[in-house]
Design a protein around this ligand. Structure first.
Ligand code: SAH
Ligand code: SF4
Ligand code: F3S
Length: 445
């Protein structure tokens, strides 16, 4: 029989939001709700929202409009907006969509039960005040049984002039190494193989925790954390994201090189290859410093894969400045690059500046950059041809069910012929027979 309490969550945005959604789903299941894939079949619908660019925000309103309408036919529908749009808009969202029951910022994700109890008492609730994030005592409902996210630091104290994240995610709050390790041990017991440690600026991990070593160095750094969690039983692979060039250290590279479970992949957004643009973005490094970081990584780990994020069309960016970004991409040769056209965001300094570029200029630059990225990624992929790579099998290939798919240590998506039920969660040695820009095909050895 269908449960009378069915919930649906749609998640927009980054891995932090996905991790928050899994925790909120865990709380709802603990409260007796059952998951429904179809929002129209659920009596609690939660949108976990993203506002990093304007198109991300607009998507939320169109989804929300449909559910608000449905609520007129079905008054017992509970409508929740969580995440970054909720934090940014707060009360304004209630005025725009009065059908909403609950508007809750990302820091309140673990409080979902409390907040819903207030809703079920008959209140319309807005929870956007800054709080100390409490550890979640229920278990997340994770999407995968093989790979899992573990938050290590919430929030961001940077002030990149284009970015809403510090406004919507609040100030940095690190979890203790003990709490992180305990979560990983539990995941190891449940059979998870791969963990991705998460933070918007993960290099900032620990700077808000007490403790300084004799040499004056902060005791809790990402590097220390990697050593501390490395031997968690059952866990075969550890990843982390996102790194900030301003704080990236050689000590971290040495740890990654030394610790066999840490994957050979660095995600270090550079945003622009032009020094004046970087300065206007308040990123705190030059393109030369960024290149030195990559050189250092390649000195210790010549084969490590490198990915990044970049923005084109930042206010005032000239053609020559944009070409500096192309040049950086040409020289470094990223394995993958997430690119975006600059989008002015409410409450950020750059949105107020003159010299905003037209959509035409931005989309032209975006296309040119994307073309180069694909060429370079295809070149990078070729180094795998004929090699034997370890692939962690995560799923069936949706386009060809005779194949399974997974990732190499360097995070390349890889397909090979095999039976999913048999290989699920296994690390398989695969000989690479075909390469494409962003994926590989091979044969199990
Ligand atoms: N904390 C990470 C990434 C945060 S957001 C970092 O510092 O790199 C993810 C990516 O979205 C950013 O790296 C950036 O490339 C992009 N982004 C952020 N704000 C943007 C904006 N206003 N317009 C376009 N892209 C943006
Ligand atoms: Fe945004 Fe900069 Fe913080 Fe990244 S480091 S989340 S880009 S403010
Ligand atoms: Fe989006 Fe919030 Fe992540 S704005 S990118 S969901 S931190």
């Amino acid at each position: 029989m269908k449960s009378p309490h069915r919930y649906h969550i749609t998640t927009f945005g980054c891995q932090m939001n996905k991790a928050d959604s899994e925790r909120m789903a865990g709380i709802l299941e603990n409260m007796g709700f059952e998951y429904s894939d179809d929002p129209n079949d659920a009596n609690l619908v939660l949108y976990n929202t993203c506002t990093i660019r304007d198109n991300a925000e607009q998507k939320v309103y169109s989804y929300l409009g449909r559910q608000a309408k449905r609520k007129h036919q079905q008054p017992d529908l509970t409508l929740v907006v969580a995440g970054c749009v909720a934090q940014q808009e707060g009360e304004t969202l209630l005025r725009r969509v009065p059908e909403l029951d609950l508007v809750m910022g990302p820091q309140h994700a673990n409080r979902l039960r409390d907040l819903l109890e207030q809703v079920f008492d008959g209140n319309q609730v807005v929870a956007t005040e800054p709080i100390q994030i409490v550890e979640d005592i229920t278990k997340p409902r994770r999407d995968s049984g093989i790979t899992a996210w573990v938050n290590v630091i919430y929030g961001c104290n940077e002030r990149c002039t284009y970015c809403v994240v510090p406004n919507v995610r609040g100030t940095e709050q690190s979890r203790t190494p003990e709490a992180i390790r305990a979560e990983m041990e539990e995941l190891g017991r449940q059979g998870y193989q791969e963990i991705t440690l998460l933070g918007q600026n993960i290099d900032a991990y620990g700077r808000d925790l007490p403790g300084v070593t004799e040499s004056g160095r902060h005791q809790h750094t990402l590097t220390d954390l990697l050593y501390y969690v490395h031997d968690v039983p059952g866990i075969k692979r550890i990843r982390f994201a996102t790194s900030h060039p301003r704080y990236f250290t050689e000590r971290l590279i040495r740890a990654c090189n030394e610790l066999p479970k840490v994957c050979e992949h660095f995600h270090i957004p550079f945003q622009s290859g032009d020094n004046d643009t970087l300065k206007a973005m308040a990123r705190g490094y030059t393109q030369q410093k960024y290149r030195r970081i990559i050189d250092k990584i390649r000195e210790y780990m010549p084969d490590a894969s490198i990915s990044a994020d970049a923005i084109v069309g930042f206010p005032g960016e000239t053609e020559a400045q944009f070409e500096n970004t192309l040049k950086l991409v040409e020289d470094i040769g990223f394995d993958q690059l997430n690119t975006a056209a600059y989008s002015p965001r409410p409450g950020t300094p750059a949105a107020q500046w003159d010299e905003q570029l037209t959509e035409e200029v931005k989309s032209d630059r975006l296309q040119r950059l994307n073309r180069l990225v694909a060429v370079k990624a295809a070149e990078r992929s070729q180094r795998y041809l004929g090699r034997i790579e370890e692939v962690l099998v995560e799923d069936q290939n949706p386009k060809d069910t005779t194949q399974v798919m997974g990732r190499t240590s360097g995070n390349r998506l890889t397909f090979f012929t095999g039976e999913f039920q048999e290989l699920k969660g296994q690390l398989v040695k695969v000989k690479i027979t075909q390469t494409r820009a962003f994926s590989l095909t091979g044969e199990a050895m």
